[in-house]
Design a protein around this ligand. Structure first.
Ligand code: FES
Ligand code: MG
Length: 594
């Protein structure tokens, strides 16, 4: 046991402060109320917070309510005292208007809890999409020792002998429904088959991505991100995580020691190799800004674009979460990348060892699921960063560009990797759903579909709506995907080759606000450009006319938080954080409390 009184513990300012015996007695009396003894509270044992994201409102993370018991046992075993508390709930698919609105709210709440209460270290219970970045952002700001525990993915889904993956099956089901091959009940049953157990989405969506990246960043025990939620290994991992955070407090191993530039580069490289979500650049930018690391969007292309896809998980591939774990999970992927010199091996991790020490020798257990470099699934699997007169920055996940799309749009030998077409413009998801099947829009296989009003201000929090299915009549003709471009986000479980996260958004008067249906737009992936083919003068005139009308219109706020966040939220290319909050850094060390 390592529970000798540590004079540096910040919790001693509450429970063992001879200079302020009045307040100390008040703090003690109320925490004794919880059933702890005076002896325990004054023993110099580290107080470990368990930031609990599981609740009935958050089914993806609900299993953390069970895992917390094992975390507590680990904390107690190592000589710490556990205090569990709730984090503002975030559930990706159930929250209206979008869970994107809640990441910064959960962040704010957790910063206050970690800073303002007697907590020496914290276990971050991560899982569903936004929960992982929200918690890492808060840990980065406060900078007390912190370790993440993934709740783990659901078991694999099955339907008629085939794997059905979270989210991905919805996109497929929608096509079948639109084509009349499935009725509503059949559609619901097909979708439900993808969710056979507790845990988060079993595809390489944003949840699997962000938990894999939390491990790649060094914030999770090696090998732990991919363990499925119901597996016994998950319980054991919760116990080890609880033990380890107590040691981290004694070692004073903090997020700022782990979340370095090297760690973020590693995460970018890993993201390409796993075929990670297009939400990852937003969330990593946010975490980086809160810990004070410079991570421009262009780094995703510089370090990530050429890295091949090694992990064969839906939506880019075939398999699901259980297969990923059995094949070796994150360490097996990192080992392959180390073999090519693509990983900064010296980056520190929560177990006190470097990522190189942890992963160098990790084997692949199933080469169908995790590939070696001589059998990659796709050569350049990272993101392209695009720019032009419609936005300053947007990204495209090239790993999901299918053969059908490639042959239709990207195979002109005279003009490789480039195409152009007329734009159809939708103002938000409601407008799209109302009009998409209207034959008078005359959408053809050449049309480029634009979604605007879906950014952090326009659709507060930024909606996951850029990937749009074509009209039903095109689907029945076999055109299942048109190019989509927009200022919103895209679900990580979607296999659509969209250009998204366009910043600045229409609601911030970015170029998309000036686009009109019928304008011709040219996309050149080799040059990294997206341009509407009209003159600068015409664009300036449209800008002036829209300004005169009060700017790009977007719906009124429905809640106080929507209004407050809209005033200060930044754009997707820089993390969509609460602008100004990034100046509060390492506040456990710098803002007065010990
Ligand atoms: Fe929660 Fe996918 S909806 S993890
Ligand atoms: Mg999502």
């Amino acid at each position: 046991m390592t529970n000798s009184a540590n004079p540096k513990l910040r919790s001693r300012a509450w429970f063992d402060n001879p200079d302020n015996i009045d307040m100390t007695s008040l703090y003690l009396e109320r925490y004794l109320n919880f059933g702890l003894s005076l002896e325990e509270l004054r023993s110099g044992r580290p107080i470990i917070g368990i930031a609990q994201t599981g609740s009935d409102l958050s089914p993806c993370n609900r299993h953390h309510l069970v895992l917390a018991e094992r975390i507590r046992e680990g904390i107690r075993e190592a000589g710490g005292i556990a205090l569990e508390f709730p984090v503002h709930p975030i559930q990706e698919t159930g929250k209206r208007p979008t869970a994107g609105l809640d990441r910064n709210l959960a962040y704010l709440g957790l910063v206050e809890a970690l800073y303002g209460y007697p907590i020496d270290g914290v276990v971050l219970t991560t899982g569903c999409d936004k929960t992982t970045p929200a918690l890492l952002m808060a840990a980065a700001t406060v900078n007390i020792p912190a370790i993440a525990l993934s709740v783990g993915p659901m078991l694999n889904g099955w339907h008629k002998g085939e794997r059905t993956g979270s989210g991905t099956i919805v996109w497929k089901g929608r096509e079948l429904l639109a084509a009349g091959e499935l009725d509503e009940e059949g559609f619901i049953k097909l979708v439900a088959s993808s969710a056979p157990s507790t845990g988060y989405c079993n595809t390489m969506g944003t949840a699997t991505t962000m938990n894999s990246l939390a491990e790649a960043l060094g914030m999770m025990l090696p090998g732990s991100a991919a363990i499925p939620a119901p597996y016994r290994d998950r319980q054991e991992c919760a116990y080890r995580t609880g033990k380890r955070i107590v040691e981290m407090v004694h070692e004073d191993l903090k997020p700022s020691n782990i979340l370095t530039k090297e760690a973020f580069r590693n995460a970018i490289v890993v993201n390409s190799a796993i075929g990670g979500s297009t939400n990852a650049p937003i969330h990593l930018a946010a975490i980086a800004r809160h810990v004070g690391v410079d991570l421009p969007l262009k780094d995703w292309e510089t370090y990530g674009h050429k890295v091949p896809l090694l992990v064969n998980l839906q939506p880019a591939g075939e398999y699901l979460g259980e297969d990923y774990y059995r094949a070796g999970g994150v360490p097996a992927v990192v080992a392959q990348l180390i073999g090519q010199g693509l990983i900064e091996e010296g980056a520190m991790t929560v177990n006190g060892k470097t990522i190189g020490e942890n992963c160098r020798d990790a084997p692949i257990e199933d080469e169908r699921v995790i590939r070696t470099f001589d059998r990659v699934i796709l050569k350049e699997a990272g993101f392209l960063v695009l720019t032009g007169n419609l936005f300053d920055a947007a990204i495209m996940k090239t790993s999901v560009i299918g053969e059908d799309f490639r042959s239709r749009y990207l195979s002109n030998p005279e003009d490789p990797e480039a195409f152009e077409g007329p734009a159809i413009v939708f103002d938000g998801p409601e407008d799209y759903h109302r009009r998409i099947d209207d034959p008078s829009l005359a959408i053809t296989p050449e049309t480029l579909m634009f979604m605007r009003g879906a950014g952090p201000i326009g659709y507060p929090g930024a909606a996951e709506v850029v990937n749009m299915r074509p009209p039903a009549y095109l689907i029945t003709e076999g055109v299942t995907a048109l190019p989509c471009i927009g200022d919103g986000r895209q679900s990580g479980t979607s296999g659509s080759p969209s250009i998204l996260n366009a910043s600045p958004e229409a609601a911030a008067m970015g170029g998309l606000a000036l686009l009109e249906t019928g304008d011709r737009v040219r996309i050149d992936l080799r040059k990294g450009t997206v341009n509407v083919l009209i003159s600068d003068e015409e664009l300036a005139a449209r800008h002036a006319a829209l300004e005169a009308k009060g700017g790009y219109p977007y719906p009124a706020s429905q809640t106080p938080w929507q209004e407050l966040q809209r005033k200060v939220v930044g754009q997707l290319n820089t993390g969509a954080i609460l602008e100004g909050s990034e100046k509060y850094q390492r506040i456990a060390q710098t803002m007065g409390l010990p």
